[in-house]
Design a protein around this ligand. Structure first.
Ligand SMILES: Cc1cc2nc3c(=O)[nH]c(=O)nc-3n(C[C@H](O)[C@H](O)[C@H](O)COP(=O)(O)OP(=O)(O)OC[C@H]3O[C@@H](n4cnc5c(N)ncnc54)[C@H](O)[C@@H]3O)c2cc1C
Length: 283
C-alpha cells in the first residue's frame, strides 16, 4: 500500500491549488471500496509490452466468432494501440499519484469483492490469458508483486437470439404469441436492462391474458428505446446497454453534454410518470 491508495475516481484527486499536505490529510478518510494502483509511463509501457506478448488460451471453434466491444479482452485492447488501455479501463483521470502529487500516467483499479476486504477484483480485466500468464503478467502491475491470485479471469459467452427478426417490441415471439422472452437472451445487456425487458414482457403477458391492449413504452424512454432496438432490423445486431445514444435527439441542439443528458432524462421521466399513472389505472 505504499504504491496503491484507496478511493473513488474524482473524489480524491488533488485540486489545482491544494497544498500537498492538506490533500494527503483529506484523502486519509476516504472510502475503501477501490484500491487504485498508479503507473508511470515506463511502468505502463513495460506492462503493455508483457501483455501483448503473453500467451492466450486456444479458443474452440464456436468461441472464435465476434467479441462484444463492451467486454473486449484486455490483451486484445492492448494490441489495438499502446494508448488504448490508458483511454479505457486503465484511464488515470480523477486520480493523483501519492508518489508524485500529480495525475498518474495510468491507473489499475481493484474493486472490493468480499465484505472482509480480503478479496479484490481487477476492474475491466476480461481476459483470455492462460492462468499462469495471468499470474506472471498481472504481478508486474506495481503494487501487485506479492498478490495472491485466488481466482483467474475467464471469458464468458453471451448467447442471444436474433430478436430483430423473432420478437416484437413487447418481447413477444412473433411466430408463437404465447411465448415471451426476457433478459439478456433478447440482446439487452446488463442487470437493469434485463430487468426492464422482464418488466415489459411480464406486463404484456398479463395484458394478453386479460385481453387488454399492449403496454409499449415510448422510444424517448430508455426502457422503450431498448425494446425498440432489439425488435428492429440492424446491420450488426449486438447486445445493447442502456445509454443516451439510443434515445431520439432533442428538438433543440444543446452543446453541453451534461445539460443535454439532463434534458433527455427529464423528458424520459416525464413520459414514464404519465405511463405509470395510466398503467395503475388500467390494472
Ligand atoms: C463477468 C460479468 C460481469 C458483468 N458485470 C456487469 C455489471 O457490472 N453491470 C451490469 O449491469 N451487468 C453486468 N453483467 C451482465 C449481467 O450479469 C447480465 O446482463 C444479467 O445478469 C442478465 O440477466 P438475465 O436474468 O437475463 O440472465 P442470467 O443472469 O444469465 O440468468 C439466466 C439464468 O438461466 C439459467 N438457465 C440457463 N439455461 C437454463 C435451462 N436450460 N434451464 C434452467 N435454467 C437455465 C442460468 O443458470 C441463469 O441462472 C456482467 C456479466 C458477466 C458475465
Amino acid at each position: 500500500m505504499n504504491i496503491g491508495f484507496y478511493g473513488n475516481r474524482y473524489e480524491e484527486e488533488r485540486r489545482l491549488d491544494e497544498p500537498y499536505d492538506e490533500w494527503i490529510e483529506r484523502i486519509k478518510t476516504q472510502e475503501e471500496s477501490y484500491i487504485n494502483l498508479p503507473m508511470n509511463k515506463e511502468e505502463y509501457e513495460d506492462f503493455i509490452n508483457e501483455l501483448v506478448n503473453s500467451e492466450t488460451v486456444i479458443l474452440h471453434e464456436f468461441e472464435k466468432s465476434e467479441i462484444f466491444e463492451g467486454c473486449m479482452p484486455i490483451e486484445v485492447m492492448a494490441k489495438r494501440g499502446k494508448d488504448t488501455l490508458r483511454f479505457g479501463p486503465l484511464k488515470p483521470v480523477g486520480f493523483t499519484d501519492k508518489r508524485t502529487g500529480r495525475r498518474p500516467y495510468s491507473v489499475v483499479q481493484l474493486r472490493q469483492d468480499n465484505k472482509e476486504g480480503t478479496l479484490y477484483n481487477l476492474v475491466g480485466f476480461q481476459t483470455n490469458l492462460k492462468y499462469g500468464e495471468q499470474k506472471r503478467v498481472f504481478s508486474k502491475i506495481p503494487g501487485l508483486e506479492n498478490a495472491n491470485f485466488v481466482k483467474y479471469g475467464v471469458m464468458h459467452r453471451n448467447t442471444y437470439i436474433n430478436s430483430t427478426k423473432l420478437l416484437d417490441n413487447t418481447y413477444n415471439l412473433k411466430s408463437d404469441k404465447r411465448i415471451y422472452f426476457a433478459g439478456q437472451i433478447t440482446g439487452v445487456e446488463g442487470y437493469v436492462e434485463s430487468i426492464s425487458s422482464g418488466f415489459v414482457a411480464g406486463i404484456n403477458s398479463c395484458n394478453q391474458f386479460e385481453g387488454k391492449e399492449k403496454t409499449i413504452y415510448d422510444k424517448q424512454t430508455v426502457i422503450g428505446a431498448l425494446s425498440e432496438y432489439i425488435s428492429n432490423k440492424h446491420e450488426d445486431f449486438q447486445p445493447m446497454n442502456a445509454n443516451f445514444g439510443i434515445l431520439p435527439e432533442l428538438p433543440e441542439k444543446i452543446k453541453d453534454k451534461k445539460e443535454r443528458y439532463n434534458c433527455l432524462a427529464k423528458r424520459s421521466l416525464g413520459i414514464i410518470k404519465n405511463s405509470l399513472r395510466k398503467l395503475v389505472k388500467k390494472h
